[in-house]
Design a protein. Structure first.
Ligand code: KIV
Ligand code: NA
Length: 277
């Protein structure tokens, strides 16, 4: 299979061919996403919330990201696998961000990394790019800053913050980012940013006019979460199907309905005789 590369993404942007991105966190979810034709698979630090049970993405560590990215890359043949840099790493020294990112590529097999932030991370975006590590930038609602922002709120709603986001997007592109994830901004702003960049803009809660879309795997399948953001479209109720299956199994065991004859192996008559004497 022909793998998705930075050049594939550039071509798709030019041809206005939508880029489909989805998160995945382990081998089976990656396999399903890859076979379904996802162009990009994001090992998002959302794994902290949807897989590890934390209340935000802040507790997720580099070791967590490596562990899950390894499983995802083992399940992926075609899609570009991007791994999130966890909380704080993008703000550390050039050496530290390079070393952490190198592990996500060398040890875990990611194609590139994603990091949150604007001007403040541009020097590190440039350092990574120069070292041959593709960087996906992330602006708008940046969940690692949830405590500073005061909640998961729509960003870029007034003229000043909208203009600021447009300028920041251009700076990240200038620093070498291969793509930009734009989260929870008004559709008109996302459209302006998409039209003013030559790198692809992948939206999440950013309206219809981005170059691509990304959503969280567990959100679109209603798998485990108690809350579904308004920008999410749900495509299956996997959590409900799993709960029903597990309940049926437990009840079968308790009611002596499992195992059945076809789940059982038998000794030969001679061995039975010998064993029982
Ligand atoms: O961690 C994540 O899943 C993300 C996407 C929501 C863009 O960063
Ligand atoms: Na993330």
């Amino acid at each position: 299979v022909k793998k998705v590369t930075t050049r594939t993404l550039q071509r798709m942007k030019k041809k206005k061919e939508p880029i489909a991105m989805i998160t995945a966190y382990d081998f089976p979810t990656a396999k399903i996403a890859d076979k379904a034709g996802a162009d990009m698979i994001l090992v998002g630090d959302s794994l902290g919330m949807v897989v590890l049970g934390y209340e935000s993405t802040i507790p997720v560590t580099l070791e967590d990201m490596i562990h899950h990215t390894k499983a995802v890359t083992r399940g992926t043949k075609r899609a570009m696998v991007i791994a999130d840099l966890p909380f704080m790493i993008a703000h550390l020294s050039k050496d530290e961000v390079l070393r952490a990112s190198a592990r996500l590529l060398q040890v875990a097999g990611a194609y590139g990394v994603k990091l949150e932030g604007g001007s403040e991370v541009c020097a590190n975006v440039k350092a990574l790019t120069t070292a041959g590590i593709p960087v996906v930038a992330h602006l708008g609602l940046t969940p690692q800053s949830v405590n500073q922002l005061g909640g998961y709120l729509i960003q870029g709603k007034d003229e000043k913050s909208a203009k600021h986001l447009i300028a920041e997007a251009k700076r990240l592109q200038e620093a070498g980012a291969i793509a930009l994830v734009l989260e929870c901004v008004p559709e008109e702003l996302a459209q302006v940013i998409t039209d003013s960049l030559y790198i692809p803009v992948i939206g999440i809660g950013a309206g219809r006019f981005c170059d691509g879309q990304v959503l969280v795997y567990h959100d679109i399948l209603q798998f485990g979460g108690d809350f579904t953001p308004s920008f999410v479209k749900t495509y299956a109720s996997v959590g409900k199907a799993m709960a029903e299956g597990v309940q049926a199994y437990i009840q079968d065991v308790k009611q002596h309905r499992f195992p059945e004859e076809n789940h059982v192996t038998h000794l030969s008559q001679e061995t039975v005789a010998a064993v029982y004497g």
